[in-house]
Design a protein around this ligand. Sequence first.
Ligand code: PLP
Length: 362
Amino acid sequence: MPAFIPPAKPIIGAEERAAVDRVLTSGMIAQGPEVAAFEREFAEHFRLDRACVAVNSGTSGLHLGLLASGIGRGDEVIVPSFTFAATANSVALTGATPIFVDIEADTFCLDPDRVEDAITDRTAAVMPVHLYGHPADMTGLQAVADKHGIRLFEDAAQAHGAAIDGKPVGSFGTFAMFSLYPTKNMTSGEGGMVSAADAEVERLLRLYRNQGMERQYENEVVGLNNRMTDIHAAIGRVQLTKVDAWTEQRRRNAAFLDANLDHVVTPPVRKGVRHVYHQYTVRVPEDRDGLAAALRDEYAVGSGMFYPIPNHRLAPFQAPVDLPETERAARECLSLPVHPSLSEADLERIVDAVNTLAKAGA
Ligand SMILES: *Cc1c(COP(=O)(O)O)cnc(C)c1O
């Protein structure tokens, strides 16, 4: 059996190790100049045209973004159910209620028409997820948000560098969060980056990140300690210099899979969209779980199911909603390796394995 092809593989090089060593040697470890530089460089690199605030995880970023936008008890925030639980968790932790809405069959992202159907007089905002690195329909969602006077946020955890008609994700919402977890398109070890649409949201993000303090011991609001360390920021700064090449490799790998896979439904890309392939997700209408097991056992090809249980059915939420496209995606979706460490031989093995198994199963 050939070596196992993992579904994801963080890349940490000598430059990251040297940067960490530099910070450790300096003796200044907690949030400091590396974090400030990382915030500036991140905003500039992804052409966000707005300020960024670094935090200790993507989940903290969502939580603080919601708090800084004034979301709390009594509010409803519309989210997809077909996402990682952090999306809904962060809403619930503010005291607001996540309202789960169905996705589009092609992009796996929030459906603007279904969002409009779910709006009530308590709806404060809608928070789409740019799932797998494909941008949600921000034009459609912005139109619904404007029509009903609600805010638009972005869970861009999986979408560093994705864009719609050249406009980068992370530049649309009142706030947007990028995750820097190791398996995301770039990492700081753990971490999150939040972009802020205006100076007041930025100021509140900085307050909530640091116990409510802008000036030491003059606490203005009840806050948290969600600071990023300079150790993590130093890793992130190095990764910023590499992420574009990795993204191009992801896109080339995806193009190869698009061109060569048969018998499974390859991921469509909407016109004008730049997809950054955090995941390369196919639909397997019959026996997805059996295909995943055979890929692993017979071909040593790893894969992932993101996400087999929709959030609205998880124990903390149990929302009585009917989301047929979400249920179908949870049943059919399988993410194949697309990460930049794949060799040509790996890609050929993935194609051979999927085509052979999916054909036999069809
Ligand atoms: C990874 C992820 C998060 C949470 O980010 P962490 O850095 O792991 O806290 C939130 N939303 C989505 C869609 C994610 O994929």
